[in-house]
Ligand binder design. Structure first.
Ligand SMILES: Nc1ncnc2c1ncn2[C@@H]1O[C@H](COP(=O)(O)OP(=O)(O)O)[C@@H](O)[C@H]1O
Ligand SMILES: N[C@@H](CCOP(=O)(O)O)C(=O)O
Length: 319
């Protein structure tokens, strides 16, 4: 769980004076998440989520917050950042840190998804990709290939020989893929880039929202789909793909936006890329942790297993 910065009731009341969200009732630190400080903030008008950004800067944040606003206005169920009543700003400041207040989504995470949940995620993901096409701002995926190249040498000294070798060889493979003409042909746009089970809300089988856009960026749509397939459609104990869930997600995605030839060709390379991305970030969080009042780091070995599975058993696409 993560509360890196303690927010007092006084500071919350002060914040609410800037926002048209009613009067303070309660503030509660949220368990879960590893990047930012999150609180549930309740007023007489409803429930909100207050996020203090711990790593992201005031230069990076407008992309995420305006993307959420853009998608919310396009009818995609995502949290809508609330604006300062006087300045209209959606990037706020709390305890000296950049901050945002968004509406609290209904529902809860579906941590044991069935094919029907994977299909709902696939369909909404494709709708979100299409809705992002006319978003005007640009910011790369900050956890993309340049960050992997920069961070792998930092974590490598902590790994034994076989693991270091896997890291190096996969990174070399991904650099090779990124230089290919098929990769250049992949459709791109704003992507979520971290749409794991814990970043989607469901009420029963109904998807009620995508949230936590703070790893979003412009990247290939296929990478975003690969992130989802590697989390929603695997057996968590082994990392192996679960065919009914994977096919449900792929079919639902493609009913909205069929994959191009280049995407079909590179699906497995991007599944490996997504496993590598989260393996590196988990190694980084594990071996170079930050201080937090409430924090449970994620297990890096999980994505090492997922990567090995993706290399050994490519996923086949139905014709
Ligand atoms: N808009 C929201 N609506 C409802 N719950 C939310 C919302 N944003 C965050 N949460 C809750 O807070 C938890 C942590 O948020 P998350 O964005 O995943 O943190 P982090 O940015 O640190 O990864 C989520 O698991 C969820 O329970
Ligand atoms: N989903 C990533 C880590 C990012 O954490 P989140 O709580 O912001 O989704 C992982 O599982 O490694």
């Amino acid at each position: 769980m993560a509360v890196f910065t303690e927010v007092s009731e006084k500071e919350a009341r002060e914040l609410l004076r800037q926002l048209p969200l009613g009067t303070f009732q309660s503030l509660r630190g949220i368990q879960g998440g590893i990047e930012n400080t999150n609180y549930f903030l309740t007023t007489d008008q409803g429930e909100w989520v207050l996020t203090l950004f711990e790593r992201l800067t005031a230069q990076q944040l407008p992309f995420y917050l305006h993307l959420m606003k853009h998608l919310a206005h396009a009818g995609i169920p995502v949290p809508d950042p609330q604006a300062n009543r006087q300045t209209g700003d959606i990037l706020l400041r709390v305890c000296g840190k950049p901050a945002a207040v968004v509406n609290r989504l209904r529902g809860s995470s579906q941590l044991a998804p069935a094919p029907v949940h994977c299909a709902a995620v696939g369909e909404m993901l494709a709708r979100m990709h299409l809705a992002g096409r006319d978003f005007g701002r640009q910011q790369p995926n900050l956890r993309g290939l340049p960050w992997w190249n920069e961070t792998a040498p930092v974590v490598q000294p902590y790994l034994d020989g076989a693991l270091a070798e896997l890291l190096q060889s996969e990174l070399a493979f991904q650099n090779h893929i990124a230089a290919s003409s098929a990769y250049a042909a992949l459709p791109r746009g704003p992507v979520h880039a971290d749409l794991f089970r814990d970043n989607v809300m469901f009420e029963g089988e109904q998807l009620t929202g995508f949230f936590d856009f703070y790893f979003a960026g412009v990247d290939t749509w296929l990478f975003d789909l690969a992130v989802c397939l590697n989390d929603w459609c695997i057996d968590h104990a082994t990392g192996a793909h679960d065919a009914p869930r994977a096919q449900a997600m792929l079919a639902a995605y493609q009913r909205v936006r069929p994959l191009t030839g280049a995407e079909r060709e590179l699906l497995n390379a991007q599944l490996r890329a997504s496993a590598l991305r989260f393996w590196i970030s988990r190694l980084w969080d594990f071996y170079l942790p930050r201080e937090a009042a409430l924090l449970t780091p994620h297990d890096p070995r999980h994505f090492e297993r997922v990567l090995r599975q993706r290399i050994a058993h490519p996923l086949s696409l139905a014709a």
